[in-house]
Design a protein around this ligand. Structure first.
Ligand code: NAI
Length: 328
């Protein structure tokens, strides 16, 4: 039998946490033969609720779940973890400036970076979900210099999956037949959902859809604005889809992507596709042996170029804002 893998979920008493921990305990993230020990972190005001989640995990009697650590102590939460899914963060409240939210999250991610660096397994794989996801991941990377930069990523797989979903709905085909959409850039409304290399049942998506105006207009807008549409409908932000996509992200990273398929991940840019280096930018990647690799050589047209640059500009600006918060 395999040794258990320790998986940290921060913000585990929150909405995404509540959807995510049972998925992990069922083997959806790491496979049905992989035992897990869940580490759940939240802040003191949520301690009682966090303990309630722990009680439910025990009550669900998950065969793969070999232990549960529920704590408000960051060091204890990070101890020996192999995977860290960072969902905890400070939400934007009414009347708050963007800078105020950034400032709160920068200080959280700076502190948690140090805790991971000191207490997590040396080869910990980190996925940042909490917004601003790319910039939180960047701060985490900057303040955990001993964690390899390749091990720090952010979630854009939900946007990727939303794009697959919209194409499948439009064509009335199973979503599993659609692949190789790309989310470029920031997990924000400036992201660029790109279908130029996507295929459905082996056929280019543009040929299958035969409506470039829709693909270049409405489709992009719907994917960019889907988070807001869910909030409007549910009065709460996406949770089950975020949790499921976080499982997809880690599963593909650890177990590999299928031959001929790529997925979107926010990773530390090496300047591929003439994007600025030194930011966390979402790229198309393939994964094998526990490592991601940016897909190279895809032709980029002028229209795509402009959209890829615009979302990069926003990330460069967010980075500057984050650093301004740190130096204050
Ligand atoms: P939520 O507010 O229900 O849960 C957040 C939890 O984090 C709360 O339990 C809170 O107490 C906890 N928390 C706050 N500060 C913490 C800290 N310093 N350490 C540990 N825990 C802390 O929010 P929800 O809906 O679960 O969303 C979580 C985050 O994920 C938000 O930032 C949201 O914007 C983001 N998100 C990202 C998506 C993506 O695709 N990247 C998709 C959907 C949401």
């Amino acid at each position: 039998a395999k040794d258990p893998v320790r998986v940290l979920v921060t913000g585990a008493a929150g909405q995404i946490g509540y959807a995510l921990v049972p998925m992990i305990a069922r083997g959806i993230m790491l496979g049905a033969d992989q035992p897990v020990i869940l580490h759940m972190l939240d802040i003191p005001p949520a301690a009682e609720s966090l303990n309630g989640v722990k009680m439910e995990l025990i009550d669900a009697a998950f065969p793969l779940l070999k232990g549960v650590v529920a704590t408000t102590d960051v060091a204890e939460a990070c101890k020996d973890v192999n995977i860290a899914v960072m969902v905890g963060g400070f939400p934007r409240k009414e009347g708050m400036e963007r800078k105020d939210v950034m400032s709160k999250n920068v200080s959280i991610y700076k502190a948690q970076a140090s805790a991971l660096e000191q207490h997590a397994a040396k080869d910990v794989k980190v996925l940042v979900v909490a917004n601003p996801a790319n910039t939180n991941a960047l701060i985490l990377k900057e303040f955990a210099p001993s964690i390899p930069e390749k091990n720090i990523t952010c979630l854009t797989r939900l946007d990727h999956n939303r794009a697959l979903g919209q194409i499948a709905e439009r064509l009335s085909v199973p979503v599993s037949t659609v692949k190789n959409v790309i989310i470029w850039g920031n997990h924000s409304s400036s992201q660029y959902p790109d279908v130029n290399h996507a295929v459905v049942g082996g056929k280019p998506v543009r040929e299958a859809v035969q409506d470039d105006a829709w693909l270049d207009g409405e489709f992009i807008k719907v994917v960019q604005q889907r988070g807001a549409a869910i909030i409007k409908a549910r009065k709460l932000s996406s949770a089950l889809s975020a949790a499921s996509s976080a499982c997809d992200h880690i599963r593909d990273w650890v177990l590999g992507t299928a031959e001929g398929s790529y997925v979107s991940m926010g990773v530390y840019s090496d300047g591929s596709y003439n994007t600025p280096s030194g930011i966390i930018y979402s790229f198309p990647v393939t994964c094998a042996n526990g490592e991601w690799t940016i897909v190279q050589g895809l032709p980029i047209d002028d229209n795509s170029r402009a959209k890829m640059d615009a979302t990069a500009d926003e990330l460069v600006e967010e980075k500057a804002l984050a650093y301004a918060c740190i130096s204050e």
